[in-house]
Design a protein around this ligand. Sequence first.
Ligand code: KG4
Ligand code: ZN
Length: 337
Amino acid sequence: MNILAIESSCDETGIALLKDTSVVSSELITQISNHKKFGGVVPELASRLHTESIHFLIEKCLKTSKIGFQDINLIAVTKGPGLEGALLIGQTAAKSLSTLLDCPVIGVNHLHGHLYAAFLDNPTLTFPFICLIVSGGHTQLIVARNHYQFELIGQTRDDAAGEAFDKIARYMDLGYPGGPIVEKLALDGNPLSHSFPQPMLRQGYEFSFSGLKTAVIQTIDRERKNNTLNIENICASFQYAVFSVLSKKLQKACHNFGISNCVITGGVAANQALKLFLTNDLEKLGNNCFVPSKINCTDNAAMIGLAAYHRFKLDKQPNLSNYTPEKLGSVNSGLSL
Ligand code: KG4
Ligand code: ZN
């Protein structure tokens, strides 16, 4: 089965072609340089840039994989959550192609995509596992029992982990997106130089990063005034607080659900210090931790294609009338999977 996958939920246009579970080609155009001067993603600009990139990438993918439009058997597209206008561009392309080619189309929850990203790098990964999704918009803990048997057990009540990285970086005028910049600066800082709060440790599997962000900002203000600001130390100590919370919640979930395998995915999982920190902590307790490659942690279309493949396969005799442009649907919030 040839799957054409489209991802346009935020500031990256992604197109991929899969033959069942194998990625034949995967292309991405990032809009980071366009949004940088504004300090964050400008939704209207994102939509326009998706429009400019999407056709070019589809043609590029088809060309490199030597697959013609007529060979496409299934179209997969992100249905949300994400920026409304940006999603609309991908969905319009998917719907048009579906109608034109008389080919089924599946709308994929972006967070399912992040979970399936683990299978792109590790096809032999087995269920059950605890999945921690840490992205720019979401922080969620999920018990993944089998394909599409996902139980959301906790999530952030306010800022997502990636959002906190982006906001503190912006406050220090470091640039956008904040995550990779903070990671780099933290390498030269002392993680124990500041003792930032580790919120919600007693509140089950829920997260909150807004208070931590405020504590970091107040410290920056104070140190700026006193001329004692050491950005590297702030970044390292902030990361230490975030990683500690993520690690403790993940440990708790593994223990309470009796599941020793975990997967950490989403943009923030591209942070190599996070990977080391969580892997060390979890493995000390006898758990196995899998983190996808950097490129598969951040947004891409291959993960959307793979998530669609498994959705389609689960439907033993896929009823194609469920996969028409009219039935595409949308997910506007990440609150449920
Ligand atoms: O998953 P993703 O690409 O898009 C969303 O679904 O949101 O995640 C983007 C987020 C941004 O907040 C970005 O700052 C963060 O992932 N991020 C990182 C790193 N690379 C990207 N955070 C920490 N360290 C990184 N190396
Ligand atoms: Zn994402």
